[in-house]
Design a protein around this ligand. Structure first.
Ligand code: NAP
Ligand code: F7E
Length: 346
């Protein structure tokens, strides 16, 4: 039997890798895409086929986590075996500017989707994209037993979703799990997160197209892993015998200065000559250090990452250099649309 997966946030970094992973395993994949005035599917365009082809297994549907009735209809129509809730207002700094919107999407949106699943297909397995930001001010190493201390509207919203997911597991017996993922990056990472901002800048400066980049706090420590490896961990959580919550992390802490060393070092530059400070990138409350302990995921799920923050810095700069060489447009990462594209169906 072909398994059917529903992914919210399929157009994001993780959604694109997860869709790729599931399609390669024979799944029928249903992605929820929010309506935008410009194309927002560039991360998954390479996976798309003619929707009229009976062999097509990737189906996209308009939907938004703010619209509970639409989510209920989609779940009822699709009848998924597995639901991956990856959609979110996912930027921590932006969550201080838009706390109410962040709560509506990143917190209440999860409740809307969980309720839609509970009503129509409570036997579906549900993955919630929880975050190491839940730990916030609690010092590392952090694992599944570490107390939460959220330090941003984003983290507070994710905390609500974490407990709603557990509540649906404990209260209704649903197979609903939290993946507590530490930062994970890739060449598909959004351009406003610090790793991609740095690797794009290093590549553009090396190519002579830019001279400097503005950053905020360089003292933070993060445990950066590779997104392509983390989506397999998400899938493994839903294949487990029992529903449970898991940390995914590399266990290696890297400061932003160290990430800059490797990124700029990859193109033979010294970042100190090119990085300027802008207080706009500071946060009212900062998360100083996140370093995860993923022992439980290794022991129970057999999941083990192979790329850490330093490896990622090199990999991402090389990808950004290649993008500049081939596209010639370092700040615009567009992929040509397939000729059959119909703007009315995302
Ligand atoms: P991302 O690249 O920012 O993708 C977020 C996705 O959510 C995009 O597809 C976005 O659509 C969609 N979205 C935003 N608002 C929506 C709405 N109102 N309705 C429906 N869809 C909406 O995030 P990511 O890095 O892939 O992360 C995936 C999930 O894991 C997120 O929930 C994030 O908070 C969480 N997480 C990420 C990390 C990490 O390090 N990457 C770590 C822990 C947890 P558009 O493409 O149209 O913007
Ligand atoms: O910041 C510092 C910033 O925005 C990392 C999301 O995926 O991971 C991500 O959240 C650090 C922070 O990621 C700039 O202050 C310095 O200390 O790349 P970031 P994040 O806040 O850790 C978690 C696990 C998630 O769940 C989130 O969805 O870098 N920093 N200068 C900067 N950060 C940014 N964005 N821009 C700067 O110029």
């Amino acid at each position: 039997m072909t398994k059917r997966a529903m992914i919210t946030g399929i157009t994001g970094q993780d959604g694109s890798y997860l869709a790729e992973f599931l399609l390669a395993r024979g799944y029928e994949v249903h992605g929820v895409v929010r309506r935008a005035s410009s194309f927002n599917t560039h991360r998954i365009d390479h996976l798309r086929r003619d929707p009229h082809d009976p062999a097509n297994r990737l189906h996209l549907h308009y939907g938004d986590l703010s619209d509970g009735s639409r989510l209920a209809c989609l779940v009822d129509d699709i009848r998924p075996d597995e639901v991956y809730n990856l959609a979110a207002q996912s930027h921590v700094r932006v969550s201080f500017d838009e706390p109410v919107h962040t709560a509506d999407i990143t917190a209440t949106g999860t409740a809307r989707l969980l309720e839609a699943v509970r009503r129509s297909c409570p036997e579906a397995r549900f993955y919630q994209a929880s975050s190491s930001e839940l730990f916030g001010a609690t010092p590392p190493p952090q694992d599944e037993r570490t107390p939460f201390h959220p330090r941003s509207p984003y983290a507070a919203a994710k905390l609500f979703s974490y407990w709603m997911t557990r509540n649906h597991r404990e209260g209704y017996g649903m197979f609903a799990v939290n993946g507590i993922l530490f930062n994970h990056e890739s060449p598909r990472r959004g351009e406003t997160f610090v790793t991609r901002k740095i690797t794009r800048a290093a590549a553009a400066i090396a190519a002579g197209r830019e001279t400097h980049v503005y950053l905020g706090n360089l003292d933070a420590v993060r445990d950066w892993g590779y997104a392509a490896e983390y989506v397999e961990g998400m899938w493994r959580m839903l294949q487990a015998d029992e529903p449970d919550d898991f940390v995914l992390a590399t266990g290696v802490g890297v400061t932003i200065r160290e990430f800059l060393d490797v990124a700029f070092g990859t193109v033979g530059l010294d970042w100190r000559d090119h990085v300027r400070f802008d207080p706009r990138y500071l946060r009212p409350t900062e998360v100083d250090a996140l370093i995860g302990d993923a022992t439980k995921a290794r022991e129970v799920l057999g999941w083990k990452p192979s790329v850490d923050g330093r490896g990622l810095a090199k990999l991402m700069v090389e990808a950004d250099l290649e993008a500049i060489e081939h596209a010639g447009r370092p700040w615009i990462d567009t992929v040509p649309l397939p000729s059959w594209n119909d703007p009315d169906t995302p």
